[in-house]
Design a protein around this ligand. Structure first.
Ligand code: NAP
Ligand code: HSE
Length: 429
């Protein structure tokens, strides 16, 4: 009889439950691919007595992580419990004992990826983390393998399902932010602390991973300029739609020559751009390669079964490597030393909504500030504000560097005629 591959599962929440369902439900398909049964031997949970959505042999459950990490028969650890410091300790210990690791944990990989991959290399182990970015979309394998021949110059991602769900519902149904966030939490999309979703940190962690792989450079979380969606108003979304844009929380990683920039921010995306039509909990990653041109990858970015699909695909890859005796050969450690773009080197269009005094000469003073810092304007629209005596001015710039735009905004702070800068968005497409 063929020896089964034994798996220790850390976590039986949303993703862990999906992993059990897929490993059990697709067992014969998996076995026919890898040539041996895959058995989930032990499962780490916080509370063994908790009611579970699936039926599990209680003997398999443990609250002691070391029972799994030190288990002599377990070959692969599948980490879907989340957390950073303790979890990192379990993974490093598992690797030092020669166990391979599959993880869905972007927080861990974005912050400690290099250390974990180095440990894996030292012990000839696999560490695969496909589910850590964009749930069910196989984007990590695509960047490592599919684009190995090309030079990627831009990656744009809707990589957080919770915020995309919120923005889509606000745009399509005029729903209120707080109500939709609650729904996303109930559906299992949001992180246990949803602040990391709405303030852009979850997306920033995912963009750190994508930029590292796409540009083959040592991008760190601190290199990502992050802004979340909590300041996006229904008014902004309405203006965007009226001008032919959708507001999306976009991760944008760009490379020009050897210089890179990575950011996450609410962005106005032209409705004709394919990424503008990605709605709900769906994610998409747009990749531009110098040779291939435009590509886009689309799918469910969160949720039980889509995420578990990526986790189990990694598990299959580990077991195939075990059969071939090639584990630990694919860890990407040859990163280039990054060179970050300065604000003078980061260029894009911008949208601005200003409330200003409604009197002669105001528009001229405002456009003068743009001229002074060499920011060229694509369109300017002025309309009376129905609720007060101020006028609203909507401006879309041509491509302008970020430093110059900051200087224009600083100049507005000192102008008595500018009552408020209601919103500023980067514009794409
Ligand atoms: P979850 O529903 O909160 O489940 C976490 C599981 O881990 C639970 O079973 C919990 O035990 C167990 N656990 C947590 N801390 C533990 C500890 N200190 N000791 C023992 N057991 C512990 O989380 P999830 O949504 O499945 O997410 C898991 C991981 O996948 C996270 O890294 C997340 O970022 C990532 N991810 C999630 C999604 C998604 O759609 N949810 C998508 C992509 C990636 P109890 O059941 O006893 O509480
Ligand atoms: N909270 C994350 C999201 C889960 O909303 O995309 C998937 O990583």
């Amino acid at each position: 009889m063929v020896k089964p591959v034994k798996v220790g599962l850390l976590g039986l929440g949303t993703v862990g439950t999906g992993v059990v369902r897929i490993v059990e439900g697709h067992q014969s398909d998996l076995e026919s691919q890898v040539g041996s049964p895959i058995i989930i031997e032990k499962i780490l949970v916080q509370n063994k007595s908790k009611e579970r959505a699936i039926s599990i042999d209680p003997e398999k459950l443990t609250e002691d992580p070391w029972e799994i990490i030190h288990h002599p028969e377990i070959d692969v650890i599948v980490e879907v419990m989340g957390g950073i410091e303790d979890t990192k300790g379990y993974i490093l210990e598992a690797l030092s004992r020669g166990k391979h690791v599959v993880t869905a944990n972007k927080d861990l990989m974005a912050m400690h990826g290099p250390e974990i991959l180095a440990k894996a290399q030292e012990h000839q182990c696999d560490v695969l983390y496909e589910a850590s970015v964009a749930g069910g979309i196989p984007i990590i394998r695509t960047l490592i393998e599919g684009f190995s021949s090309d030079r990627i110059t831009k990656i744009m991602g809707i990589v957080n399902g919770t915020t995309n769900y919120i923005l889509s519902k606000m745009s399509q149904e005029g729903a209120a932010y707080a109500d939709v966030l609650k729904e996303a939490q109930e559906l299992g999309y949001a992180e246990s602390d949803p602040t990391s979703d709405v303030e852009g940190l979850d997306a920033a962690r995912k963009m750190t991973i994508l930029a590292t792989l796409g540009f083959r450079a040592n991008v760190a979380l601190e290199d990502v300029d992050v802004k979340g969606i909590s300041s996006v108003s229904r008014e902004d979304i309405l203006y965007a739609k009226r001008l032919g844009y959708e507001v999306k929380l976009l991760g944008i990683a760009e490379r020009q020559d050897d210089f890179i920039s990575v950011s996450v921010q609410p962005t106005m995306v032209k409705q004709s751009h394919p990424i503008a039509s990605v709605n709900g909990v769906f994610n998409a990653v747009y990749v531009y390669g110098e040779a291939v041109g435009e590509t886009m990858f689309y799918g469910a970015g969160a949720g039980e079964l889509p995420t578990a699909t990526s986790v189990v695909a990694d598990l299959v890859a580990v077991v195939k490597n075990l059969k071939l005796g090639v584990n630990g050969k694919q860890n990407l450690l040859s990163y280039k030393i990054k060179k970050l773009k300065t604000d003078e080197q980061i260029a894009s269009k911008y949208f601005m909504l200003l409330h200003v005094d409604d009197r002669a000469g105001v528009l001229a003073r405002i456009t003068q500030a743009f001229a002074e810092f060499e920011v060229s304007l694509e369109s300017v629209l002025q309309q009376p504000n129905v609720s007060n005596p101020e006028a609203e001015i909507i401006i879309i710039t041509h491509d302008a560097n970020k430093a110059a735009v900051q200087k224009v905004l600083q100049a507005f702070e000192g102008m008595e005629v500018v009552k408020s800068v209601k919103s500023v968005y980067r514009v794409e497409g």
